[in-house]
Design a protein around this ligand. Structure first.
Ligand code: PTJ
Length: 243
């Protein structure tokens, strides 16, 4: 049992949840190492939503609200950590929720869809086809879902699909704590923040922003600026680490 007064309580509970979901097969074993990498970057960022991340979250909301066919892509880690937050964002944005996996099995897809449905999401399921130009199994998606989307939110992504989706002319919003990752570099917009902090901020902004705010955010969106701000925050924190 993890004592509630442990200084790393939240982090330990999250790890326990992920390990439990990995044992059940919801989270891929590789998802545990992906989480560890995320934790390391979150540590460097001070485990908080930075000013530039909040700007990215508001911009993401503006992009989702302006989209004709927005889709939220969900993998194992996202379902384990944030299925309720995904359901809330779907309600606020009207986006379609679709499962897309790197370590894909029909069994995992079904388990993740069930978790999302239980959390209140309306999951777009049914016949998947190999539609994306990728040699691995993230190529599998639904023709009326991800394949037809104009804006896609991809939490915890691998860079290949992000690049493929952008190459298909789609706007890709990534949530990734690593500002140096291929995903972060290839996305239209990268939110360098922890998933469970980022999703509620996007949801809040979907309902809270005025039309004027959204237009301004869309016209000033600049991923290079957002990434360089994230790197600046990390550098600043490191340079004052022993003060
Ligand atoms: O469920 P599957 O089969 O689709 O597999 C999912 C994983 C996560 C295993 C797969 O997408 C993968 O291998 O991802 P990568 O390439 O390791 O990328 C994951 C990225 O997410 C890394 O750059 C991490 O820094 C980042 N990350 C990890 N946990 C979080 C995170 N970013 C935000 N919030 C987190 N909680």
């Amino acid at each position: 049992m993890i004592p509630a007064d442990h200084p790393r309580y939240r982090s330990l509970v999250t790890r326990e949840r992920l390990a439990d979901c990995a044992r059940k097969g919801v989270v891929a074993m590789e998802g545990l190492t992906a989480h560890g990498r995320g934790e390391a970057f979150d540590y460097l960022l001070g485990e908080r939503t930075t000013t530039s991340a909040l700007l990215a979250e508001k911009t993401a909301a503006a992009m989702l609200m302006a989209a004709h066919h927005p889709v939220i892509s969900v993998n194992g880690n996202t379902a384990a950590l944030a299925s309720r937050e995904i359901a809330a964002l779907q309600k606020a944005s009207g986006a379609l929720v679709e499962v897309n996996l790197f370590h894909r099995t029909e069994e995992r897809v079904a388990m993740i869809e069930k978790i999302l449905t239980r959390a209140g999401a309306d999951v777009f399921s049914g016949e998947a086809e190999r539609l994306l130009p990728l040699s691995h199994d993230r190529a599998w998606c639904r023709r009326q879902g991800m394949f037809s989307a104009d804006v896609i939110l991809v939490p915890l992504e691998d860079g290949d699909r992000c690049g493929a989706l952008a190459g298909m002319g789609k706007q890709v919003i990534a949530i990734d704590l690593n500002p140096l990752s291929r995903t972060a570099q290839r996305a239209t917009l990268t939110i360098v923040d922890e998933l469970t902090r980022a999703l509620p901020e996007i949801t809040r902004a979907c309902t809270g922003l005025s039309e004027t705010d959204r237009t301004r955010l869309l016209s000033t969106a600049d991923n290079h600026y957002l990434l360089s701000e994230a790197i600046r925050e990390i550098t600043l924190r490191l340079s004052h680490a022993l003060d």
